[in-house]
Design a protein around this ligand. Structure first.
Ligand SMILES: Cc1ncc(COP(=O)(O)O)c(C=O)c1O
Length: 364
């Protein structure tokens, strides 16, 4: 049997009529950028979040980057961020001319609360909490530390649409929350797309201007902005996926539950679920001492897994000049050496799930 890591065509097939209606509506409208579709999606996504503002942008990296700009973070500032994240989180900091201060992850793959205070200096301006794999960071202590030190908090929600922490949704706790709608994300577009969600009027206004050449009024450029707009076709497609987000997340969670009860191999460690949290399982991350052997074994059996992520940001060659060394964040380095993500997506069949479980249980 062959099981791919992702099969977006299955979700497409399930909601095909709605997607095609949405796309055709835009094509026929003659209006493709900054129109009614985006306005509607921004309203619907803000409602989904229970928040005041949603501003659509071109992708998740721009959401992070523009949120930091709107928060006034730039040259000479430091931003504390967990090292076990996709490089985009860090790039958003360096694109603003600020310096990332990489810290450890906790046992749930989130930002290690105990590492934050040690990393604070007079230059620290913000903390970025990445709700990695679909599970939220321990937000209460993070917010307490931020408050005590007057720091902004940016939630990187690129993998955690709909996840909750003590009943509160990802993206509703910090000063700004940044979403990616890259096609494979829990809510995805059919191309690049992203959004910033916030209750702060100043941040919303800043991002709204920055994404459109720094202007509120055409040809009046108040800020040095960029071009990063969520286009009308993607907004219309996202409207469909937002309507189905609950059922798609429930389907991934049901697969995760099958993995958790079915995988019984002492060589494989299942992901820990943080108490009082709802995971949305964008990724199903296993840990295994013999990760590379497990990866090769699964490949040989037609199961395509992935590694998220093989190199923690503090050791990424692009940040070599920051001077981090191997051993600086041992827990995150262990994750980079041991993590393996299983296929988990809408339309994965029971037969495929059983095959994956049985194959994993035979791994020696
Ligand atoms: C944690 C995290 N942050 C940011 C991003 C950037 O999103 P995008 O690919 O839409 O720019 C991603 C997406 O891959 C991500 O996983």
């Amino acid at each position: 049997m062959n099981v791919n890591f992702a099969e977006l065509s299955r979700q497409y097939g399930r909601f095909q009529q709605e997607y095609e209606e949405a796309a055709m509506r835009v094509l026929r409208s003659g209006w493709y950028i900054l129109g009614k579709e985006l306005e509607q999606f921004e309203k619907d996504y803000a409602d989904f979040q229970g928040m005041k503002h949603c501003i659509g942008v071109g992708n998740g990296l721009d959401a992070l980057r523009l949120a930091l700009t709107a928060l006034g973070i730039g040259k000479g500032d430091e931003v504390i961020v967990q090292t076990n994240t996709f490089i985009a989180t860090a790039l958003a900091i360096t694109e603003n001319g600020a310096t990332p201060v990489f810290v450890e992850a906790d046992s749930y793959f989130g930002l290690d609360v105990n590492a934050i205070e040690r990393a604070i200096t007079p230059k620290t301006k913000a903390i970025m909490a990445v709700h990695l794999y679909g599970q939220m960071c321990d937000m209460d202590p993070i917010m307490e530390i931020a408050k005590a030190h007057h720091l902004a908090v940016v939630e990187d929600c690129a993998q955690a649409h709909g996840a909750t922490y003590k009943g509160r949704k990802a993206g509703t706790i910090g000063d700004a929350a940044c979403f990616s709608f890259y096609p494979m994300k829990p809510i995805g577009a059919f191309g690049d797309a992203g959004a910033v969600v916030t209750n702060r009027d100043d941040v919303a206004e800043g991002v709204r201007m920055l994404r459109n050449y720094g202007s509120k009024i055409k040809y009046q450029h108040e800020l040095v902005g960029i071009n990063s707009r969520l286009d009308e076709i993607q907004a219309a497609i996202l409207g469909v996926n937002l309507r189905h987000a609950g059922e798609c997340t429930a389907e991934r969670c049901a697969i995760a539950a099958k993995y958790c009860s079915g995988i019984q191999n002492p060589k494989i460690q299942l992901p820990a679920i943080r108490p009082e949290c709802e995971h949305v399982f964008h990724v199903f991350p296993l840990l295994c001492e013999d990760r590379d052997a497990l990866y090769a074994y699964l490949e040989a059996n037609g199961i395509h897994a992935q590694i998220h992520y093989p190199i923690p940001c503090h050791l990424a060659p692009c940040y070599a000049e920051l001077g981090y060394q191997k051993g600086d964040c041992p827990c995150s380095e262990q994750y980079a050496a041991k993590e393996l993500s299983l296929p988990i997506y809408v339309g994965l069949t029971d037969e495929e799930i059983t095959y994956i479980i049985d194959t994993l249980n035979r791994f020696e």
